[in-house]
Write a protein that binds this ligand. Structure first.
Ligand SMILES: [Zn+2]
Length: 483
């Protein structure tokens, strides 16, 4: 657990202020963003925000159960890392606001110039300007604006402020900025990183940037080189591949908080339990680079998925699965996603001893996921990413969850970002949504004020501590060989 200083009301207000007139604390009649008043003036009568709930939610530490953060040292190295394609203020828009820009009509050529490290950072405003009004109010847009407000003290991005934004970017991006942003400003106790580029990331900050083991390459493909080569095991048969999978769990299982798969980006999560005898020959064909039929490919993936899930369960690691909405633009087949929630229930029945964490509220099919979480003891829901996909739907989901399914089954925040800066904006939006969801439940008479207050600690960090066994993981990670 990271040490954190007290949060000032000013910090809270600065974050919220970027949301403008819709900002929560402004709407409850608190001081405007620039002021430093110590206490809110009380409810205006036009809002449903409950001041005691708001106060507590903004002071309570979050555990961030899903990120893709690259290491701080890689950020400090400039645009060298392949996940940090530029090293100026446009990086804050690169993940995920870039998709809203493309969907709003930004051409591929303009997009490439906007995110190019070759383009002068100040000139980038002109490229963005025609599309900014269309994207600045989406969840992706608001997360970036809040980050810019709190980090660079800029009310909004414009021709007049772009120089100050770039200067703020450079001043912020200095050694120690991960802890400053995550711990001091966003009040995040620890993150859970799904490292992109290796099955497990050996972080320089192992107890802050805790890690999942990425299992997707164990069965999707499978990724013979990415997983096989580091083990030194020569793979000639299915049982050799089991050995490769075991190697990763033996080496990293005790340090990892969970295993994670985003396989739902290329198929439904309808994994059937296929016996080894049926796939041994298929795996040999795969090793020989012979083409597989769709049916053979699915059988192989299904079999290996369950092998990975069994290993994770033996190591007491929850299994995090992507469900619902796709990052990116112009390719998502919504018809496939429609089946995710049904498949979730099949998985829960097939492996009652496995704890499944279903990510992103299966957006937009979140009502169905609510039913799954209510019905299955081994189904957990992680709201990671959801607050910026659709902040209003996420608030709606949380409200419904708390009066439908047991409250110890929900994880309320994961930034899901590669760059660290917008995590700050996302955390502010999440806090706003959590505070509003609880306030509305009180106002509508579904919860007492005391019950709402009691839910804040568990849903913001208590559940994560217990589901992922974080006290024990912290102890082990403090002594990791790379720590
Ligand atoms: Zn993610």
């Amino acid at each position: 657990m990271a040490q954190m200083g007290p949060i000032s009301r000013r910090d809270t207000l600065q974050g919220i202020g970027a949301v403008g007139a819709a900002g929560l604390l402004n709407s409850v009649g608190a001081a405007p963003a620039a002021a430093s008043e110590k206490k809110p003036r009380g409810i205006s009568g036009k809002t449903r925000a409950n001041p005691a709930v708001v106060e507590k939610v903004f002071q309570t530490p979050l555990i961030d159960t899903h990120e893709h953060l690259i290491e701080e040292k890689d950020r400090l190295a400039g645009a060298a890392h392949r996940r940090a394609r530029t090293d100026d203020w446009s990086l804050l828009l690169n993940h995920y606001l870039d998709s809203d820009l493309a969907v709003a009509g930004m051409s591929g050529d303009t997009y490439d110039r906007f995110f190019s490290p070759e383009t002068d950072p100040v000139d980038k405003w002109k490229l963005l300007e025609p599309y900014w009004p269309a994207v600045k109010n989406t969840g992706y847009g608001q997360a970036v604006r809040i980050a810019m407000r709190r980090l660079y003290d800029v009310d909004d991005l414009s021709a007049a402020t772009v120089k100050k934004v770039q200067a703020g970017y450079e001043k912020t991006r200095q050694a120690g900025f991960y802890r400053r942003i995550l711990c001091d400003m966003a009040r995040i106790e620890s993150c859970q990183v799904n490292y992109l580029g290796a099955p497990f990331g050996e972080s320089d900050m192992p107890t802050l940037l805790m890690q999942d083991i990425s299992i997707v390459g164990m069965f999707n493909g499978p990724d013979l080189d990415g997983f096989g080569k580091p083990t030194g095991i020569e793979v000639h048969s299915l049982s050799d591949w089991y050995g490769v999978m075991d190697w990763w769990f033996e080496k990293y299982g005790k340090y990892a908080v969970a295993v994670k798969s985003q396989d739902a980006y290329h198929r439904d999560i309808d994994y059937e339990q296929v016996p080894a005898e049926k796939v041994e020959g298929i795996f040999k064909k795969r090793l020989a680079d012979e083409p597989l039929t769709d049916e053979e490919q699915k059988s192989l993936e299904d079999h290996l998925f369950w092998q990975a899930v069994q290993k994770a369960t033996e190591h007491n690691l929850p299994v995090k699965l992507h469900t619902g909405y796709y990052a990116g633009h112009n390719y998502m087949p919504l018809g496939r996603l429609l089946h995710n929630a049904g498949s979730v229930t099949d998985l829960c029945r097939a492996a009652p001893d496995t704890r499944f964490v279903f990510m992103h509220i299966c957006y937009p099919y979140y009502e169905e996921l609510l039913a799954a979480a209510k019905h299955y003891a081994n189904a957990y829901v992680d709201m990671c990413w959801a607050w910026i996909i659709n902040p209003v739907a996420a608030k709606d989901f949380l409200k419904k969850f708390l009066v439908t399914a047991p409250a110890n089954k929900i994880l309320t925040f994961g930034g899901d970002y590669i760059p660290v800066e917008p995590v700050l904006g996302h955390a502010t939006i999440a806090r706003q949504g959590i505070a509003l969801a609880l306030s509305e439940l009180v106002e509508e008479g579904w919860l007492s004020q005391a019950d709402a207050m009691d839910l804040i600690d568990p849903i913001m960090h208590g559940n994560a501590r217990s589901i992922f066994n974080l006290a024990e993981k912290t102890r082990v990670l403090q002594n990791a060989p790379w720590a």
